[in-house]
Ligand binder design. Structure first.
Ligand SMILES: [Zn+2]
Length: 64
């Protein structure tokens, strides 16, 4: 009989995040537009899109 060792896998091991979770807050200065993104590319995309569509001044801020 061979000895089978199944190393127990604890999903909890991966609870520690290597990088702090940052979010990107997109706010328009000239209307009520306000959204929160996890991905900076998405935030920049909305900023650019809204600015092109409306000519508004949009600000992207980082929040933790
Ligand atoms: Zn706007």
């Amino acid at each position: 009989m061979g000895l089978v060792t199944n190393a127990p896998q604890h999903p909890c091991v991966h609870m520690q995040r290597p990088t702090p979770k940052e979010r990107y807050h997109v706010v328009c200065r000239e209307c009520r537009l306000e959204r929160l993104f996890d991905v900076v590319d998405d935030a920049n995309g909305l900023e650019r899109e809204h600015a092109e569509e409306t000519g508004h001044r949009v600000v992207v801020g980082r929040v933790r």
